[in-house]
Design a binder for this molecule. Structure first.
Ligand SMILES: Cc1cc2nc3c(=O)[nH]c(=O)nc-3n(C[C@H](O)[C@H](O)[C@H](O)COP(=O)(O)OP(=O)(O)OC[C@H]3O[C@@H](n4cnc5c(N)ncnc54)[C@H](O)[C@@H]3O)c2cc1C
Length: 557
């Protein structure tokens, strides 16, 4: 029987930082990851990480920008803590060996990002995530811990009202294995693949969020889904906000720099919800290019700057769109990019289930509220990953030994193997694609009651199809067809929480834009949505937003 003090699920920035903190606190730690750690989606992050460093910037402006960006749904106590930790966190990553880009005087280079009152996004060209992930992996590698690689978390074991471990699917052997843990940290990252048009990697299916939800954890604010304004037209590969930060501009089919109509002060550097809605509106009102898109122009920045600061963007545009951004505009449209919602936690990463913690994109503290600012998410993984690791190790120190038995894995195997043994039924891939099409078409940037209610009915139909899902591949080793079936089930559960939360929230706030309720309603809706699992669909309740000193105001950029 495998046993550890702390099991961290996920080996992206949040999971690795949690593991490092828990090892540092003296715990016996294991990481369970379906991917090689360096393949985690954190490595795809391009633009940078926010921190108010240097004399001209201030932590207070970072706090204010984040509160405003969140459309006043972010918890202000958490945001204050987060922004104060930013400087020390970035410096620590620098000391771990992250090679950040530098200014001429040798100080950390910073670029402007959307919704930020000061250029405070620190970067490593347009490969910031990979630079951070590699440095952290090397640092973590000097510590003792166990790595279960190519293992999928399938469920959490909650017994006697506390989390006592997990069941994992070992892809290599095809077996379901229980791992006893005094504390578990969910750091499984994004769920963006619920959408078809997304910047997220194919593996971002929200598994850990779904497992926590089914185990009884509250999911917070799931209806808030971020769409990034600029993704390549066909592939939806991200073109970082750093491209606009470096001076890139947006133009519609009439050649107008249309952002002047939507954000007269900061134009392209308004926050993401604002820019995405602007692009969408231009196209829907007939001012896009034929084929429905707008242009992102970088040409005026000159070859040297484009190729040095946005090297990867050049590469992506040339290889995946056949466009050379040095000499021609890049055709772009918004794409799903980030989930503001996730497993509800406090500042220490604790959930409502004792012994269960969460951090990173899978969690919702909440610091992003209704809309995340670019550059705040990489920072979140490190700041709150560390907190969750410390808290999990502290909890494990006093927790009794888990009462997990080998049969716990067998029960899970039996539940899942019915999918493999079924003589007929539908392949998980078709259900997954139909879900993605539904979410793209009906749960996107703009929403209304009728479209959402219809989406919920269609989602229920997809769930009924999923009840008869069939895994055709009967093999034991690396049965990715089975993995796909597990992922599809997770995606369906989470999509339901998004739709149900979006139907209930009769206002427009941040990324949640209801055409039938176009105004923000602070009296009725300045509260967090909590979704609890029930067999017939999520049960919603609400929690207050934490205030310190920032009064809600109208959000203009
Ligand atoms: C293209 C792109 C660019 C971005 N650019 C930026 C940026 O410039 N700045 C910024 O602040 N943010 C950016 N973001 C957002 C940010 O990168 C992510 O929110 C953050 O890196 C998520 O980190 P994480 O550790 O929570 O998850 P991840 O890095 O995704 O790690 C998740 C881990 O969980 C594991 N896992 C998942 N499911 C299971 C399972 N069932 N069993 C076991 N293990 C599992 C995976 O193996 C992986 O190791 C970007 C996001 C994308 C998609």
């Amino acid at each position: 029987m495998r046993r550890h003090d702390v099991v961290v699920v996920g080996a992206g920035l949040a999971g690795q930082r949690a593991a490092l903190a828990a090892v540092g606190a003296g715990a016996d730690v294991a990481i369970v990851s379906k991917l090689h750690p360096l393949r985690s989606h954190s490595g795809a992050a391009q633009g940078g990480i926010n921190a108010a460093v240097g004399a001209e910037d201030s932590v207070d402006t970072h706090i204010y920008d984040t509160v405003k960006g969140s459309d006043y749904l972010g918890d202000q106590d958490a945001i204050e803590f987060f922004c104060r930790e930013a400087g020390p966190t970035v410096v620590e990553m620098e000391h771990f060996g992250t090679i950040f880009s530098r200014g001429d005087d040798g100080s950390l280079a910073r670029r402007p990002f959307g919704g930020a009152g000061f250029p405070r996004t620190i970067y490593a060209a347009d490969r910031t995530g990979l630079a951070l992930l590699q440095a952290l992996y090397e640092r973590l590698g000097t510590e003792p811990f166990t790595l279960y690689e190519e293992w999928d978390l399938t469920s959490l074991i909650v017994r006697d009202e506390r989390c006592q471990g997990i069941v994992g699917f070992d892809r290599r052997t095809g077996s379901f294995e229980p791992i006893a843990a005094k504390a578990v940290v969910i750091a499984t990252g994004p769920a963006g693949r619920i959408y078809g048009r997304t910047t997220n990697a194919h593996t971002c299916t929200g598994d850990g969020i779904a497992a926590a939800y089914r185990a009884g954890a509250f999911l917070k604010d799931m209806e808030f889904v971020q769409f990034h304004p600029t993704a390549l037209l066909e592939s939806a590969i991200l073109i970082t906000e750093g491209a606009r930060g470096e001076g890139g501009i947006l133009k519609n089919g009439k050649g107008e720099r249309f952002m002047s109509r939507y954000a007269p002060h900061v134009l392209e550097l308004a926050s993401r919800d604002v820019v995405s809605r602007a692009i969408w509106t231009e196209v829907k009102e007939g001012r896009g290019f034929p084929g429905d898109f707008v242009h992102l122009e970088l040409m005026h920045l000159g070859r040297e700057r484009i190729e040095s600061r946005l090297e990867e963007i050049c590469d992506f545009s040339r290889k995946f769109a056949g466009i050379d951004p040095v000499v021609e505009p890049i055709p772009v449209m918004p794409a799903q990019h980030y989930m503001m919602g996730g497993v509800g936690t406090n500042i220490q990463g604790a959930t409502n289930i004792p012994g269960l913690f969460a951090a990173g994109e899978a969690a919702c503290v909440s610091i992003h509220g209704a809309n995340r600012l670019g550059g705040n998410s990489l920072l979140e993984t490190l700041v709150f990953g560390k907190q969750a690791g410390i808290a999990a190790a502290a909890y494990a120190r006093t927790a009794a030994d888990p009462s997990i038995v080998v049969a716990d894995g067998k029960a899970e195997a039996a539940r899942i193997e019915t999918m493999v043994r079924r003589p007929d039924g539908e392949d998980p891939a078709t259900i997954r694609v139909d879900l993605q099409r539904l979410m793209d078409a009906q749960v996107g940037i703009y929403r209304d009651f009728a479209t959402l209610a219809d989406a919920l009915a269609k989602l229920k139909a997809l769930k009924a199809r999923y009840a008869k899902v069939r895994v055709r591949d009967g093999s034991k080793a690396f049965n990715l067809n089975l993995v796909e079936a597990l992922e599809a089930g997770n995606m369906l559960d989470l999509a339901e929480t998004i739709i149900v939360g979006a139907i209930a929230r009769t206002e427009s706030r941040g990324a949640h834009a209801r055409t039938d309720h176009p105004k923000r309603d602070d009296a009725g809706w300045m509260r967090h949505t909590l979704a609890a699992y029930a067999r017939d669909g999520p049960k919603l309740s609400y929690a207050p937003v934490a205030y310190t000193r920032w009064e809600p105001k109208e959000r203009v950029y």
